[in-house]
Design a binder for this molecule. Structure first.
Ligand code: AMP
Ligand code: MG
Length: 881
């Protein structure tokens, strides 16, 4: 079966005109895949990289630098399409700053180096068939760039994408180009040979090449690395950078135990279950910057020895055939990574370089910082930071993810970020001109950001957190803000339509088909040529019936002048017919001839193809909430799934020795656990999915054991009970050590609150709410803090329920300095005004009155008494009163 897959793949490659070397390399990988190679590197087979040379400590004279540079070429991997940023052309053709694209800046960097050192320094791009033309057009501006005897680019090979089951080439008639992929950037070595560029370089006396990605403007051809390589006669050098906590992804180098060679382990090469080693930044303390230097003579020798197959480790990449459409079929792409060639050469080395040499633009978050005044270009066109502060951390909402959406929302240029440490944007505001961001900035729910706005608060180092400096009581707003600011939005995922109700669409959805898909009748009647009915009226016109079409039938016949076809609503119009006459205007004959008593004009009672929706049009935009009608539209437009912000999974865990499950017999001092069911229901009503775990007793061990299990499956954890001042308040004592904060919030009920994040498997941060145990307190706490958090995770707005103005029907008292959330039955007066009648039992244990209430009335902190007839704000719990 897979023999056939290989044969078919090779035939396709030949037909496409790919050379024998490219085919041979593909065969080599295919055979490895078939033999079950997973392309992974087990942790036990490697050791951390250990001590390596730092670039900063390399000492090179100007003459050594010049000499090394005079034998070096710059090769830029330029096949990237920027699909992740919604681009379809070469990513490097995107404007970076000052009207210059990546490619402009690369060209100018090379020209500046030539001038500074008096060297030829050729620049050659490795393009894919999709990026070549556009890229060369940009480089054409720089007349001096091309050097005699060398092209400005060569085209990398292509290979078929494979179907996972039978390993045969995938077919995708909708866009046959998507049946092909480049074989990863490891293909650069093969393509250098097959294109003849390797020989041309060597003929010109070029002995070294510096290879890097075109989206990494930090990767300039540093003469110090070249000189170091020459001096130590190293065949292959990989640049690595120190890893920080935020560098969880990306490959790292390590030493292979069996032969002492340096190897690269990329993300796709990690064995299942070993992610924790991969992410351990103390163990693997540097990452691969994907800037490599190679001795071209050694490369040629090696390629000749191995008959063109360098034998790089295979990477088995699982993708969708249409990368922009997660519901398209799964495919396997056989790839290799440029950096893995490090293991092929005896004596390869790694060199530690500053972070500034690794500045790839993978997302519009990266683009924003690069475009801003945090960076500038110096006279050599190097990207330099305006200060030595760390780069701002940026997290833009999904509306900005594609370059088109990004540009639309920064029509007057990007904000000043010189003083910014982090920016988080929730929602999709358009930014005005001359906006300045300072310190930590959270933009949430803005419609637009005003011209000249200055946003954010300078972060004062040294100062302890605000909470500790003031009293240890937080206001309701402070606590909610602290919770919301700590949440990462729920990941997006394509999910079946029937599970998407109420969720927020994460990405624009386009129609896959026309609506209607074909011209069809909007009436039961007869499909005719309008001209046939000229003069019809009291004096009928008779048409010959030539056939009949029901909905779902494809009429195989034509209707000509003087003819008619019986047709039903929704049935496809037969060829030739241009209109329908309603059955009411005829004698309704089923065969022979039909008498028609009305005229028609072309198009009458015909629903033309594409009238409702044109295939390819955006039918549902990112940000919309999926409702029944959205689902209808998506289904009609050919979608079985929709990409949404996922429903978070809430796990509820109650604590208390006194608790038994609802329905179970009660011991003398026991009560039924009602909070678990209540919190479960409240979470589901808020749009989350939820489950209840069996309540645990009041010991640290029981609670921690329970949570250990839960943290692996929950997106959000809610505990109830055990957070106040009692002797058995286990939640507080056990979780304080786990990084959960326990605070007093100025509210009633619900004063003691716990919130923080537990660390789950693979470092996942799981928010945990420790709510008080009294049922009313628990409920109010959920409403005030948990529900907004769940909505934030799902990107639902508004996060808080609106306050409504009401009149209180009885006097109430409220403690000074705390916001009271009382329970009330809210109704409407005959005049339509809202009335709030406080329930009798306002104590935190009155469940029956809680259940009777349909609203909360809110008494502000500075109000201690309300008289009957006074205004009060209410929150309606079950929708409209
Ligand atoms: P605690 O916060 O654990 O001190 O509990 C405060 C009050 O709420 C006590 O009267 C508990 O019995 C009650 N309580 C705690 N958890 C629950 C629960 N899951 N269901 C019903 N009542 C509870
Ligand atoms: Mg308790």
């Amino acid at each position: 079966m897979s023999d056939q897959g290989l044969r078919e793949s090779v035939d396709l490659m030949r037909q496409r005109g790919l050379g024998p070397e490219a085919i041979k390399v593909f065969e080599h990988y295919y055979e490895q895949l078939e033999a079950g190679a997973l392309g992974t590197i087990a942790e036990e087979s490697i050791e951390p990289l250990g001590e390596i040379q730092a670039l900063g400590e390399v000492q090179v004279t100007d003459e050594e630098a010049r000499r090394a540079l005079s034998q070096t070429a710059v090769i830029k991997l330029n096949g990237g399409l920027g699909t992740g940023m919604g681009m379809t052309g070469a990513k490097s053709a995107l404007e970076v700053r000052d009207g210059l694209t990546f490619l402009d800046i690369i060209a100018l960097q090379v020209l500046a180096l030539r001038e500074r050192w008096g060297v030829e320094l050729p620049l050659v791009l490795m393009n894919s068939f999709r990026t070549s033309e556009e890229s060369l057009k940009i480089l054409a501006k720089y007349e001096a760039l091309a050097v005699p005897g060398l092209p400005l680019d060569f085209i990398q090979n292509a290979e078929p994408k494979l179907t996972p089951g039978d390993l045969r080439p995938v077919t995708w008639p909708r866009d046959p180009e998507l049946e092909w992929c480049p074989p990863g950037h490891g293909d650069v070595y093969v393509s250098l040979v097959t294109s003849g560029v390797l020989d041309s370089l060597l003929e010109k006396g070029i002995r070294f090449a510096f290879l890097s990605n075109s989206d990494n403007l930090g990767a300039t051809c540093d003469p110090d690395v070249a000189a170091w390589m020459v001096e130590h006669d190293v065949p292959f050098v990989a640049e690595v950078c120190r890893r920080t906590k935020s560098d969880r992804k990306g490959g790292h180098l390590a030493v292979r135990k069996c032969d002492g060679r340096i190897v690269l382990r990329d993300t796709a090469m990690v064995e299942d279950g070993e992610e924790r080693f991969f992410r351990d930044i103390r163990r693997h303390s540097t990452f691969n910057a994907n800037n490599v230097w190679i001795n071209l003579e050694v490369l040629r020798e090696r390629m000749t020895d191995r008959q063109g197959v360098l034998g790089l480790p295979i990477i088995v990449n699982h993708k969708n055939v249409d990368p922009a459409d997660p519901s398209s079929p799964d495919v396997i792409q056989l790839e290799s990574a440029m950096g893995t060639a490090i293991e092929v050469f005896e004596g390869s080395e790694a060199i530690l370089v500053p972070r500034t040499r690794f500045r790839p633009v993978k997302t519009t978050n990266d683009l924003l910082v690069l475009r801003s005044d945090f960076f500038s270009l110096d006279e050599s066109y190097h990207v330099v930071a305006s200060s030595d502060r760390p780069e701002p951390y940026v997290d833009l909402d999904s509306a900005y993810r594609f370059v088109s959406g990004f540009e639309q929302r920064f029509p007057h240029g990007v904000p000043s970020m010189r003083e910014c440490t982090s920016l988080r944007v929730i929602g999709d505001p358009v930014f005005g001109r001359d906006v300045t961001l300072v310190g930590e900035v959270l933009i949430d729910g803005y419609h637009r950001v005003r011209d000249h706005a200055v946003l954010g608060e300078p972060v004062q180092a040294e100062q302890p957190p605000a909470r500790a400096t003031r009293s240890d009581v937080r206001t309701v707003e402070e606590h909610l803000r602290a919770i919301l600011a700590s949440l990462e939005p729920a990941p997006t995922a394509p999910i079946p339509l029937t599970e998407s109700l109420g969720l927020v669409v994460a990405r624009d959805v386009r129609a896959r088909v026309n609506l209607p898909g074909f011209d069809n009748s909007s009436m039961d009647g007869y499909a005719v040529v309008a001209a046939s009915l000229k003069g019809a009226g009291p004096e009928p016109v008779r048409l010959r019936i030539v056939g009949e079409v029901a909905a779902g039938e494809d009429p195989g016949f034509r209707v000509g002048p003087g003819e008619a076809a019986r047709i039903m609503t929704g049935a496809k119009m037969p060829e030739g017919a241009d209109s329908v006459i309603a059955v009411e205007d005829t004698d309704g004959a089923a065969e022979g001839e039909v008498e028609c008593r009305a005229t028609a004009r072309p198009g009458r009672f015909v629903r033309p193809r594409g009238e409702d929706v044109a295939a390819g049009a955006v039918v549902v935009a990112a940000g919309e909430i999926v409702g029944p009608r959205t689902i209808a539209l998506l289904a009609a437009c050919g979608h079985a799934t929709v990409e949404v912000h996922r429903r978070p999974h809430v796990v509820v865990l109650s604590t208390g020795n006194e608790l038994v499950a609802p329905g179970a017999p009660l011991g003398p001092a026991q009560i039924h656990d009602s909070n678990s069911s209540m919190l479960w229901a409240a979470a589901v009503a808020a749009g989350a999915s939820a489950e209840i775990r069996t309540a645990v007793g009041d010991t640290d061990a029981e609670l921690l054991e329970g949570l250990e299990e839960v943290v692996g499956v929950a997106d959000v954890i809610i505990t109830s009970g055990g957070v106040s001042m009692g002797a058995y308040d286990v939640v507080k004592s056990a979780l304080r050590r786990k990084g959960i904060d326990f605070i007093k919030v100025a509210m009633q009920p619900g004063k003691p609150q716990g919130f923080g994040h537990l660390t789950g498997p693979e470092g996942r941060q799981v928010p945990l709410f420790a709510l008080p145990g009294n049922p009313v307190s628990s409920f109010v706490s959920f409403e005030v803090f948990v529900r907004p958090a769940l909505r934030r995770l799902m990107r639902l707005k508004p996060e808080k329920r609106r306050l409504r103005a009401a009149t209180v029907t009885a006097g109430v008292r409220s403690p000074e300095g705390r916001r009271q959330f009382g329970r009330a039955v809210v109704s409407r007066s005959p005049e339509g005004e809202l009335l709030a009648s406080p329930v009798a039992g306002q104590g935190s244990h009155f469940l029956a009155d809680l259940s009777r209430a349909n609203g909360l009335f809110v008494v502000p902190e500075d109000v201690t008494e309300l008289l009957a007839g006074e205004h009060v704000d209410v929150i309606l719990l079950d929708g409209e009163a």
